[in-house]
Write a protein that binds this ligand. Structure first.
Ligand SMILES: Nc1ncnc2c1ncn2[C@@H]1O[C@H](COP(=O)(O)OP(=O)(O)OP(=O)(O)O)[C@@H](O)[C@H]1O
Ligand SMILES: [Mg+2]
Length: 480
């Protein structure tokens, strides 16, 4: 055989081999693989005492991310960062913090009621193509749970429930919280990042602790509410003069519980149907706030309008009800009624489960309809009042890191007599220069308090005179 013939033969043999290999790859491996897999797994199951459950990342048409998968991811996040050697990092809320999860083909252990089990992450099947309509990556990720078969009931029931619940709770805790406001009958939201906390809230310590305990009890009472057959909700009424920290307390509540806030502007809601729709759209773990309920409920128009009137007439309204009625006739665009709101709080509310707080604020508690604030609707009434010495100490600590100062005794005495709102006290304590001399601020506060006491005395004298005069007039009329 000449070398040319030899090469020609070799060429054709190679070509045939390539052809056979291609054919083999195309038709055989698939069936062969399935076949081998099927029987090897049956054989394994016979001797292997463990059960495995796989949780795929995408379910159905691969378009929806499995809730179970993300719950497991969250649940494992703390264990993972302690145990796994290869981790994946993604940016969390705000793009500021990092969220760690297991990298592919890692395994971590877990324990439940003394039973050991293992979670492994993996990926499988690289078949689906990414297209314009299916932009998901080719790899399908999954978690695989392995445990001994004698614990089947314990793991499939209580343990998996525990994982899903805990995972969802972690997700809620880590989410970016939102502040919703309604424009007509639609909610729009911004990121909620209010720095107020109960620690920075100026209030008597016992009263503050009572509120914190109440909130904590509520947030842990899911089973209790289910047992007694009541919707998991609680109503708060915050009342007190302007600038005493009602809005600040709502922010502190949201921060304490990790809830979203729905700030409901009733005057922008057209009727009861819209109100119902808005409220049904609120999510679980949220605080629904209706500020200045006395102003918005009779739909007498906005608070600003009222204030303007007050300023113009230079005195308190004498007959608020009559005025309200007049305005109601003028302002027909909004027809939310008291009964609509009450119906919602009692009836429909119960239908949409989940933990919700409803908070009403008002400056004039005595003006509210008793039906609205009876117990059961508004479970807790909190009065926020003028700043006293204990509350002042919280502000002094926040603003100037002061535990004690030689002016404190004098300030304490003045607070006994003076009525000053926390907002005014805070204004005095606000550092006026970068160096922020605490003594200067305290002196300014002392001046403010003295002025407030004097003004109060003057007012008392004027009022006493008025009463005297009206008594005299009455006496005169009687004589006549
Ligand atoms: N109890 C408080 N503790 C700390 N800061 C307070 C407190 N009360 C008021 N402030 C300060 O005063 C400002 C006004 O308070 P806030 O808006 O909470 O008052 P409000 O009671 O909601 O008044 P309004 O009735 O006018 O709505 C806040 O920005 C806050 O800094
Ligand atoms: Mg307010």
């Amino acid at each position: 055989m000449t070398p040319q013939n030899m090469f020609a033969n070799l060429g054709s043999i190679l070509a045939s081999l390539v052809f056979i290999r291609a054919m083999f790859q195309q038709y055989f491996p698939h069936q062969l693989q399935n076949f081998l897999e099927k029987y090897s797994q049956r054989l394994m199951a016979f001797f292997y005492p463990y059960i495995q459950i796989r949780f795929n990342e995408f379910t159905g048409e691969r378009l929806t991310r499995s809730e179970a998968y993300s719950a497991i991811e969250n649940y494992l996040s703390s264990t993972t960062s302690m145990q796994a050697k290869r981790l994946k990092a993604e940016t969390g809320k705000n793009n500021q913090s990092l969220v760690l999860s297991m990298d592919d083909h890692e395994e971590v252990g877990d324990e439940f009621k003394g039973v050991r089990l293992w979670w492994a992450s993996g990926k499988h099947g690289v078949r689906a193509q990414t297209t314009l309509f299916n932009p998901l990556p080719d790899e399908k990720r999954h978690y695989r749970l392995t445990f001994h078969k004698k614990y089947r009931d314990l793991i499939i029931g209580p343990y998996l429930n525990h994982v899903l619940k805990e995972g969802k709770a972690i997700k809620v805790r880590n989410r970016q919280r939102k502040l919703y406001t309604n424009y007509g009958c639609y909610w729009s939201h911004v990121v909620f990042e209010h720095p107020a906390t109960f620690q920075t809230l100026a209030m008597e310590p016992e009263k503050k602790q009572e509120i914190i305990d109440d909130l904590n009890t509520f947030s842990k009472a899911e089973e209790f509410y289910a047992r007694i057959g009541r919707a998991w909700k609680r109503g708060y009424l915050l009342y007190g003069p302007p600038g005493t920290g009602k809005s600040t307390m709502i922010a502190a509540m949201a921060n304490h519980l990790g809830y979203d806030i729905y700030d409901l502007e009733l005057t922008a809601v057209r009727d009861n149907t819209e109100l119902r729709r808005l409220l049904i759209e609120t999510s679980s773990k949220s605080i629904i706030v209706i500020e200045d309920i006395d102003c918005s409920l009779d739909l007498t128009g906005q608070r600003r309008k009222k204030k303007k009137e007050k300023k113009e007439s230079g005195e308190e309204e004498k007959e608020p009800k009559k005025k309200d009625e007049k305005e109601e006739n003028e302002n027909k665009s909004s027809q939310v009624t008291l009964s609509g709101l009450l119906n919602f709080i009692d009836g429909l509310w119960s239908a949409c489960g989940g933990e919700r707080l409803i908070v009403f604020t008002t400056n004039y508690v005595e003006k509210l309809d008793p039906a609205l604030i009876r117990k059961g609707r508004m479970d807790k009434h909190i009065e926020l009042s003028f700043c006293k010495f204990e509350a002042f100490k919280v502000l002094a600590k926040n603003y100037h890191k002061l535990e004690y100062h030689h002016l404190f005794p004098k300030i304490s005495e003045l607070f006994e007599e003076a009525d000053m709102t926390p907002a005014d006290v805070a204004e005095h304590l606000m550092p006026k220069s970068i160096s922020g001399e605490a003594t200067l601020c305290l002196e300014s506060l002392i001046q403010g308090l003295e002025k407030a006491i004097e003004e109060a005395k003057l007012k008392a004298v004027v009022e006493a005179k008025k009463i005297e005069e009206s008594a005299k007039n009455e006496a005169k009329e009687e004589d006549k």
